[in-house]
Design a binder for this molecule. Structure first.
Ligand code: DLZ
Length: 171
């Protein structure tokens, strides 16, 4: 996999903003629950570590990754959150389900970003094997949930910086 050399729990680049003022939704798929629960924990712990308040984090579960899009849409419409983290694991097997699910969820989540003008984060692992998934759910390659949470915080930081700029120039 192309993320072989990247540890998903170590972060480079711009500073990670404090998340105390924001409200987050986490939508997690139950399919491959042993892995998605570890990813969910990673995302939750990372949000808390960066200042988010427990009472400002809503977690909901959907049956499989295919349902992440609609789950995230419900969250966007009814959860009044600033950002949504979608978590799932689709393991490539003999079934064509892999391509159908991955394509659908990638397009669905992309559309939600545009529709709500909010960060809706693709925290979905698409490994070839169960072992590769374990390696990215708190194993030797870190935790994709950590990465998804930091991405949500950084995107909200970016949105905030544009709001401040707008105020400064007065338009
Ligand atoms: C059906 C299915 C299959 C084969 N594989 C996965 C998977 O690896 N990961 C996942 O999150 N969900 C899988 N699903 C379930 C679908 O996402 C969806 O929940 C069902 O097709 C609904 O009937």
């Amino acid at each position: 996999m192309s993320s072989e050399l990247k540890n998903l729990s170590t972060f480079e680049g711009t500073e990670i903003p404090n998340a105390a003022e924001w409200k987050f939704g986490i939508v997690t798929a139950e399919w491959n629950h042993d892995i998605t629960s570890a990813l969910h924990k990673g995302a939750l712990d990372t949000l808390l570590k960066h200042g988010a308040k427990q009472e400002n984090i809503i977690s909901k579960w959907v049956p499989g990754s295919f349902e992440l899009t609609l789950g995230a849409q419900y969250m966007a419409e009814m959860g009044s959150v600033d950002a949504i983290i979608c978590i799932g694991v689709v393991i490539q097997g003999d079934t064509k389900h892999f391509d159908f699910i991955c394509d659908a969820v990638a397009k669905g989540i992309t559309n939600l970003n545009m529709k709500y003008n909010k960060p809706v984060i693709f925290g979905v692992l698409t490994p070839n094997t169960h072992e590769q998934a374990v390696d990215r759910a708190g194993g030797k390659h870190g935790n994709k949930g950590d990465e998804a949470a930091v991405t949500a915080i950084k995107m909200l930081g970016m949105k905030e910086s544009f709001k401040k700029e707008k105020k400064k120039v007065g338009y």
